[in-house]
Design a protein around this ligand. Structure first.
Ligand code: CO8
Length: 262
C-alpha cells in the first residue's frame, strides 16, 4: 500500500512513522487510519525492527485530533464505526511486540493524545500541548482516551482533563506523568533516537517479554501479574539471547543478541 497520509522510514533497527497531513495539523482521517494499520503490520513483520517512533510531520503538530471536517459529516453509526476503527488501530500499536515511543513535537490533542498513549512512553518538545478537547465539540474521546488517560494519570486527573477540555503544557504533562521527558524542540528527535538506540541494543526476545509482562500485568491483580511474569521469565530463559547475555557477562565481553525466538 502506498502511503499518502503517513511516512514510514526504516533505518536499520529503528522505524519512524510520521503523521503526514501538516496542512490539517496531521488530523486523523479514515484514510490515515488505514495506512497506519498497514504500516504497523509492516513494522511487526519486519524482524530487523526493534523500536518504533511515532511523530508528526511539520513543526506545529504531532496530531491535532480526529479530522473534524470528516467527523462533522458522520451520522452516529458512522461515528461509532470510526471510533472503533481508531480504537483497534491504537490497540494494535499498544500490542506491538516491540517498544514504541511517541515523539510529541507540537499539538497532541484528542486523537493525537490517544495515539501517543498507545505508545509505550512519550517524549515531548517543550512547546508540546496536550489535551482531550472533545468536550468543547460536544463529544467525548473515542479512540481509547477515556480508558488510557485514567490508567496513566489516575481517574481523578483524567476526569478533570476530559471534563474541562483544557490544554496542558509540556511541563505540566511531565509533572502529572503523561510524558517521561521534555526536550528543547530542536533536540527532541535526537533524544528520542538516543533512547531508541539504547533500547535497540538489547535483545529482542527480552524486550518483547518485558513489554508483554508489563502490559498484561497492568490489568490484573499483583499476584496474577507476578505469575504472568514468572511464566514469561521461564520462557525467556530458554532463548538464545538469555544464554548469550549471561555468557557475555561472565566472559567480560559485549553481548551479541541475535533476537532468536524462544
Ligand atoms: N481536524 C481537521 N482540521 C484541523 C484540525 C482537526 N482536528 N485541527 C486543525 N485543523 C486545520 C484547521 O482547520 C486549519 O485548516 P485551514 O488552514 O484550512 O483553515 C489548519 O489545520 C491549521 O489550524 P489552525 O488555523 O486552527 O491553527 P491554530 O494554530 O490557530 O490552532 C489548534 C491550532 C489549537 C490545534 C486548533 O487547530 C484546534 O483547536 N484544532 C482542533 C483541536 C481539537 O479539537 N481536536 C480534537 C478533535 S476531536 C477528536 O480527536 C475525537 C477523537 C475521537 C473521535 C471518535 C470517532 C467519532
Amino acid at each position: 500500500m502506498a502511503f499518502e497520509n503517513i511516512i514510514l522510514e526504516i533505518d536499520n533497527s529503528i522505524a519512524t512513522i510520521f503523521f503526514n497531513r501538516p496542512k490539517a495539523l496531521n488530523a486523523l482521517n479514515n484514510a490515515l487510519f488505514d495506512e497506519l494499520d498497514a504500516a504497523l503490520d509492516q513494522v511487526e513483520q519486519n524482524q530487523e525492527i526493534k523500536v518504533l517512533i511515532l511523530t508528526g510531520a511539520g513543526d506545529k503538530a504531532f496530531v491535532a485530533g480526529a479530522d473534524i471536517v470528516e467527523l462533522s459529516k458522520m451520522n452516529p453509526l458512522q461515528g461509532k464505526t470510526f471510533s472503533r476503527k481508531g480504537q483497534k488501530v491504537f490497540s494494535k500499536l499498544e500490542a506491538l511486540p516491540i517498544p514504541a515511543i511517541a515523539a510529541v513535537n507540537g499539538f497532541a490533542l484528542g486523537g493525537g493524545l490517544e495515539a501517543a498513549m498507545g505508545c509505550d512512553f512519550i517524549y515531548a518538545s517543550e512547546k508540546a500541548i496536550f489535551g482531550l478537547p472533545e468536550m468543547n465539540l460536544g463529544l467525548i474521546p473515542g479512540f481509547g482516551g477515556t480508558q488510557r488517560l485514567g490508567r496513566l494519570v489516575g481517574a481523578n486527573r483524567a476526569k478533570e482533563i476530559v471534563f474541562t477540555g483544557k490544554n496542558i503544557k509540556a511541563q505540566e504533562a511531565l509533572e502529572i506523568g503523561i510524558v517521561n521527558k521534555i526536550c528543547a524542540p530542536d533536540k527532541l528527535m535526537q533524544e528520542v533516537l538516543k533512547t531508541a538506540g539504547l533500547i535497540a541494543s538489547k535483545g529482542k526476545v527480552a524486550l518483547r517479554s518485558a513489554k508483554e509482562v508489563i502490559q498484561n500485568g497492568m490489568n490484573v491483580d499483583l499476584e496474577t501479574g507476578c505469575r504472568i511474569e514468572n511464566d514469561v521469565f521461564g520462557l525467556n530463559m530458554a532463548s538464545e539471547d538469555a544464554k548469550e547475555g549471561t555468557n557475555a557477562f561472565l566472559e567480560k565481553r559485549k553481548a551479541n543478541f541475535t533476537g532468536d525466538r524462544y
